[in-house]
Design a protein around this ligand. Structure first.
Ligand SMILES: [Zn+2]
Length: 541
């Protein structure tokens, strides 16, 4: 009996010793000097992956896929992740092109995300400072979302190598901003629990600047809603009095909303496209649809405008004796980002510094700025002239904003500590959502900008995996500052499906033509080489 007791005792003592040693391993302490040396190593590892970064940036550029149709993009990226030891769950949140990739184990759990979709009618040859579509009318990367995955993936792979060597515990997740232009997925990922056990999230987005920020970024949130009207067809000349025009309802709704504009706050941004206006003039349209983005600065104001939109649509249906239904297609909250994480990222941005631009990069930038008649100064009053060579200051919450764009990363940022790294892979002074924004996106400007982005991301990962206090501080800011008075209330319900049908027809119409131009890195050093573009080409020959 006593012998038996002794062995139990020995077992517990041994177990405690083992647990304690595991604990010390997990809490391996690094001095600032150790960390500085590790960061140096990490930066060199990422720099050694510059070829991989270029290939990924060019490859995704060549796929040119719109939101929810990122089929080739998704296949390609997940295969790179799998080859590098990540386990991939495909089709998350019932979105076929979405995934969640995972490597490592234990805490902290750090998620890295970036968008992948492109812009309609933005097909453009890179490196050419005049309109030269690869495929006329086709989608193209006129936002630069082809660059962000290389930033996070090669940062993660470099960090993974270091974690293996240093035996650091922790989990890295990599996920895509599918259909960001439709703000169509991130609120769904949150709703379906994919960020439930994540400690912090680093999101990256292409920019002309190299920075991060915290607090209220001054952007708008939105709801994206399609209104469908159904009436009755009739011969438009023979017996128009027997028709109920769905198109009339769409037009009356637009008139109603445009009168409403006078009584909206100046921070409102709302816009619409008529996605179905009927088939031909001699048939009174029995079906018609209009698609609205209602944007505002706060949850309350977005909700108010959304409700007004529905009321006006009901009014239009009543006037035309048609039936109206509406469907939520996308949503984004107004953005708010984490201060301790942004400070950590900014310190690393300063260590990395801006890329070294050469004469060719600057010549292309100036050519594009002349082409788009870029303003002389940006909204902060900084000059726009070629490429940025200095790093902006770290900015906190805006005191006031007239409103602006949106990104559904905000839905993640209201659920866990999140920041956005803006990396300098595009030319300042462009219009956004335009073919000219694609010009730099498969050139050395995008390659160099993505590489420095990856370096800063890798170093911030190192901070998160080696300094437990950073995660603690990030959570404290999230709890005690960010969400002290504001509670996240999603605009989507439990039942709203993701709008995965969007863009199917447009992408389908161009896919076979675009396929001929997919980048083949086994044959060509760069996509510029494959397309036979002399970098840069400023004037039309
Ligand atoms: Zn974007």
């Amino acid at each position: 009996m006593s012998k038996y007791l002794f062995s139990i005792k020995t077992f517990f003592v041994l177990a405690i010793i083992l647990l304690c040693s595991m604990q010390t391993m997990a809490q391996k302490k690094y001095t600032e000097k150790d960390l500085a040396a590790l960061k140096q190593t990490l930066m060199q590892t990422v720099a050694g992956k510059s070829k991989d970064v270029q290939v990924m940036v060019d490859q995704i550029f060549s796929f040119a896929e719109l939101g929810f149709q990122e089929v080739e993009t998704s296949k390609y990226i997940t295969s790179v992740l799998t080859k590098n030891g990540f386990t991939v769950e495909n089709g998350i949140a019932n979105i076929p092109t979405a995934w969640m990739a995972k490597w490592g184990s234990g805490s902290p759990v750090i998620a890295l995300g970036s968008d992948v979709d492109c812009i309609p009618k933005a097909s453009q040859k890179p490196g050419v400072a005049y309109k030269a579509p690869i495929v006329e009318g086709a989608p193209g990367h006129g936002e630069g979302h082809n660059s962000g995955q290389a930033v996070i993936i090669y940062a993660a792979i470099a960090m993974k190598e270091l974690m293996e060597r240093e035996k650091l515990p922790g989990t890295i997740l990599i996920w895509p901003g599918i259909a960001e232009e439709l703000v169509g997925t991130k609120a769904w990922y949150v709703r379906d629990g994919y960020f439930k056990d994540v400690d912090a999230c680093i999101f990256t987005h292409v920019s002309g600047d190299f920075n991060s920020s915290y607090g209220d970024n001054g952007g708008n949130g939105l709801v994206s809603v399609r209104f469908d009207f159904e009436g009755e067809a009739a011969h438009a000349a023979g017996q128009p009095w027997r028709a109920k025009s769905a198109l009339d309802a769409v037009e009356l709704m637009n008139v109603g909303w445009n009168f409403k504009r006078e009584h909206l706050k100046p921070t409102n941004r709302s816009h619409y496209v008529i996605v179905d206006g009927g088939d031909q003039p001699n048939v009174v349209p029995s079906k018609a649809s209009v698609w609205y983005y209602f944007r505002e600065r706060t949850y309350e104001d977005i909700k108010m405008n959304y409700e007004s939109g529905i009321k006006i649509a009901e009014g239009a249906a009543m006037m035309t004796n048609t039936k109206m239904t509406h469907q939520m297609l996308g949503t984004a909250w107004p953005g708010h980002f984490n201060k301790p994480l942004a400070e950590a990222m900014y310190a690393n941005i300063k260590k990395v510094g801006m890329p070294t631009w050469d004469e060719k990069d600057i010549a292309l930038a100036k050519g594009v700025q002349a082409l788009v008649e870029a303003p002389k100064k940006d909204q902060q009053g900084n000059p726009i002239d070629g490429l940025n060579s200095t790093i902006d200051t770290l900015k906190g919450s805006v005191a006031f904003s007239w409103g602006g764009g949106s990104d559904d990363i905000a839905d993640i940022s209201w659920n866990l500590p999140t920041i956005v790294l803006r990396f300098p892979a595009n030319i300042p002074g462009t219009k956004g959502h335009h073919w000219a924004d694609a010009i730099a996106m498969a050139t050395p400007i995008a390659h160099k900008g993505s590489l420095v982005g990856a370096e800063a991301t890798a170093m911030t990962l190192l901070d998160l995996f080696t300094k437990p206090s950073l995660v603690v501080d990030a959570k404290k800011y999230f709890k005690e500052v960010q969400t002290k008075e504001t509670q996240y209330i999603p605009f989507i319900t439990k039942n709203d499906p993701p709008a995965i049908h969007l863009n199917k027809e447009i992408q389908g119409a161009y896919r076979s033509q675009l396929e001929k131009f997919y980048y083949d890195p086994s044959k060509f050093g760069t996509y510029l080489e494959q397309l036979g573009v002399t970098y840069p080409t400023i004037k039309k020959p």
